[in-house]
Write a protein that binds this ligand. Structure first.
Ligand SMILES: NC(=O)c1ccc[n+]([C@@H]2O[C@H](COP(=O)([O-])OP(=O)(O)OC[C@H]3O[C@@H](n4cnc5c(N)ncnc54)[C@H](OP(=O)(O)O)[C@@H]3O)[C@@H](O)[C@H]2O)c1
Length: 500
């Protein structure tokens, strides 16, 4: 597999692109086919041996990924091959595959794409924990964000607004501050040109700032602390300037304020319930559009060192993401028909209403056609999981992209066939029957395989009716499952239904 490798600690330019052997999972780990990997400041620190976690050389940087599970260790129960996931791997993400402890892997939210999946947990997770659990930011309070256009900073700006605060964004350039403004910042301070203390005095009308979110450290830190309000909270998040601030102890005394440490990784491990609740709240805000990641640029795997270089040179606004491979979502999803687009034969007819007592009269009767049904990868994966038939042609999207005709996985034949029973009830309604059991399929044939993300529908014909013991009736319906755009059907067979 292709990977960006750190063989000797140093700057991004020292990283190498290599072909490595794929990882092996221990019983509590999973292997993820990496689709995208977020670029975070700790990636820069880790390759220089300046981070709190120190992997042995050689290793690949990249701490936050999105992708699809390739394999799971024996003890892993809550994840399976084919799941779309996001993971906090710490390092190893700038590679085609990464091995991660299963408890650091989470199902990717529905509707989220791989790019956003790779850069969401870390920034929003950190900033929400800082503002909610540590500072307990209240609506109406003022929030100052230092390094406001960086990954965690911009998330803090957005979250501060959602939480009802007046947000003061501070950053080093006009361009960066413009993005903060787009994200809702109420006041902007360019600390490379303006005096931070004077501006904060002016903005807060000398009251001081209630909460300070500091992801940069250095000289600005003490200036900011001197501008804090009575009972203010100062959040120590990071030191991108490379300088850990030293505060005189009289400052918190005089201000009655608290200096609070923020360590999201530890919080998530020590307080998993609270952390999961936070993530749930963040996801619902993402779904409703209240918060949205700002993607600066998407880099290729080969460009990962450049992405780190840009981060180091303060060129990145919001998030940089490395796209490790191309995926099916690059191809637009099939459009759902609007009423206008439908041709006459696509209009779903009402189900045929038949009285049980009269059913013999309907032998030879053709039934209408059902509405289209989209066979998604998710449905195929669920079927694979339920039947324990995990052949790659069904579940391995990436391999199928390369090896299957049309570049798509295919649905199991039995999945297509089992949908005949679902479609049956859209075609016929039998009055007077208290029980209908679809108990068999005769003469099944599968002329064409159903590719993932294609749409299928069924037509039918009543071909026979036979009496059964206990006043039951055996109904034979010839079913044809069609694939949109295909001449030959996916399935032809007789569905047997016992009616009482
Ligand atoms: N405590 C935690 O749990 C936690 C979690 C996640 C991240 N962090 C830390 O938070 C910090 C920010 O992480 P991030 O991923 O958001 O980084 P980022 O996207 O690079 O943003 C950092 C910001 O820092 C500013 N900066 C000032 N001096 C810099 C320098 N010498 N080099 C680079 N940037 C400089 C830049 O803004 P200007 O140019 O506008 O000054 C930049 O936008 C890091 O220290 C990281 O380790 C902590």
């Amino acid at each position: 597999m292709k990977a960006v490798v750190c063989r000797a600690f140093g700057l991004p330019e020292t990283l190498l692109i290599e072909e490595n052997s794929p990882p092996i999972a221990k019983p509590d780990e999973v292997i993820i086919n990496v689709f995208a990997c977020g670029v975070n400041f700790p990636d820069l620190l880790i390759i220089q041996n300046k981070y709190q976690f120190k992997p042995g050389l050689p290793f690949s940087p990249g701490g936050e990924v999105s992708g699809v599970i390739e394999a799971v260790g024996k003890k892993v129960k809550h994840l399976k091959t084919g799941d779309r996931v996001v993971a906090l791997c710490g390092w190893g993400g700038f590679a085609e595959q990464v091995v991660v402890k299963a408890n650091r892997v989470f199902p990717m939210a529905q509707g989220m794409d791989f790019i956003n999946g790779a850069c969401t947990l870390y920034t929003y997770g950190t900033s929400y924990h800082a503002l909610k659990d540590r500072a307990q930011l209240k609506s109406g309070e003022t929030l100052l964000v230092l390094g406001a256009a960086g990954g965690v900073g911009l998330a803090a700006v957005e979250l501060g607004k959602v939480m009802g605060a007046t947000v003061i964004a501070a950053a080093s350039s006009k361009e960066k501050l413009n993005t903060c403004k787009e994200k809702g910042a109420d006041h902007l301070v360019n600390y490379s040109e303006e005096d931070l203390r004077a501006r904060l005095k002016e903005i807060t009308q000398e009251k001081g700032v209630d909460v300070i979110y500091d992801a940069v450290g250095g000289k600005l830190a003490e200036q900011a602390l001197r501008s804090i309000a009575w009972k203010g909270r100062y959040l120590v998040v990071g030191f991108t300037t490379g300088e850990i601030p030293q505060f005189p102890a009289n400052l918190p005394l005089l201000k009655g304020c608290s200096i609070m440490g923020v360590f999201w990784g530890s919080f998530a491990e020590r307080e998993p319930q609270q952390s999961l609740q936070n993530l749930g709240e963040l996801l619902s805000w993402m779904k409703s559009g209240k918060i949205k990641q700002h993607i600066h640029k998407v880099y290729s795997l080969e460009e990962a060192p450049q992405a780190l270089e840009d981060l180091m040179n303060r060129k990145v606004i919001g998030k940089a993401v490395v796209k490790v491979r191309t995926w099916a979502e690059d191809v637009p999803a099939p459009k759902v028909d609007s009423v206008k687009e439908r041709t006459a034969d696509q209009i779903i007819a009402k189900p045929l209403k038949v009285k049980l007592a009269d059913i013999k009269k309907y032998v030879g009767q053709s039934l209408a056609v059902t509405d289209w049904f989209l066979v998604t990868q998710e449905i195929i994966n669920e079927f694979a999981h339920a039947t324990q038939d995990n052949q790659w042609i069904h579940v391995d999207v990436e391999r199928a992209r390369i090896q299957m005709p049309g570049g798509k996985t295919i649905a199991h034949g039995y999945l297509t066939m089992s949908l005949a029973a679902k479609f049956f009830y859209e075609l016929i309604e039998i009055e007077g029957a208290t029980t209908a059991i679809n108990y068999g399929l005769n003469k099944a044939r599968f002329p064409v395989a159903v590719k993932s993300d294609s749409r299928i529908r069924m037509t039918g014909k009543i071909v026979n009716v036979e009496d059964m013991p206990n006043n039951g009736i055996k109904l034979f319906v010839e079913c044809t499952i069609q694939i949109e755009g295909e001449e030959k059907p996916a399935y032809v067979g007789e569905l047997l239904t016992a009616l009482y």
